[in-house]
Design a protein around this ligand. Sequence first.
Ligand code: ADE
Ligand code: ZN
Length: 332
Amino acid sequence: MSHTELIRALPKAELHVHIEGTFEPELMFEIAQRNQIDIPYKSVEEVRQAYNFHNLQSFLDIYYAGANVLIHEEDFYDLAWAYFKKCAEDHVVHTEIFFDPQTHTDRGIAFETVLNGLQRACNDAKTKLGISSYLIMCFLRHLSEEAALKTLEQALPYKNQIIAVGLDSSEVGHPPAKFTRVFAKAREAGFLVVAHAGEEGPPEYVWEALDLLKVNRIDHGVRSEEDPVLMQRLIQEKMPLTVCPLSNLKLCVVDDMQQHNIHRLLQQGVKVTVNSDDPSYFGGYMNDNFFAIQKALNLSEAELKQLAINSFEAAFIDNTEKQSWIKKIQAL
Ligand code: ADE
Ligand code: ZN
């Protein structure tokens, strides 16, 4: 089997994908039209041309603007259903999906509208495509901790539909420490916790995510490599990093894919996983991310398998399910 065939054949879990970041321009136009909302682009090509980012903020500005056309439960359903179809094509058999409720509730959309649309797509993904999924609710870190606390309160009645809380949006200047209390409350309420850290922000933010937020996984975390003591901690604690190679390239976290550290992190024993982050904006879904690192970093068959195994080990599914997928990978 060639490396390409192996990548396609591997069952994979996706642990870092923002549902608002899977919004393809074609669907954006369709939903804008039916909701009678003007968008500042004339064509799909013009939208894609605007995807010319130089850092995280330049991306986020466009990403939040795109989300403005999502109004009805059906819109959130269509968005998530389109992503699940991509999962099926890429043999992603389990996914843990971020959503940003504040992006929608701040525009007057009910929390319930967002959650019901996403949940219905998750249910259909299981019955029609055999794909399992969890939802992870992210707090926008450029907003206040008080706003995050309000969002947590809104989520409590839906606790059984949300596996974890996370932290995303503009990293630099908004350290994990800002959200210590809301994460403590979330953990007390029984949510698992994750946080974006060490994408653009320094290794200190990864330390804070571990020590103050007490996360179960770090999202991105690629800048951890700058701190050897932190590296030892991640390795010893088997702390998963949900790495997003095409995202890092598109947002200039790395200059070219040959410079990406995912291979070095893997070789040093860090539990790294491969993920798409915002695939509609960054040029590819799960398999595209695998193809890009394979081409640039020349990973071996065993390393490709290890990345897929890591994705299940780091997932929030039960141990029996993990072992059953891992066995399938080893048998390939
Ligand atoms: N929201 C969506 N994608 C993000 C990323 N890569 N970093 C921080 N916040 C995000
Ligand atoms: Zn992300």
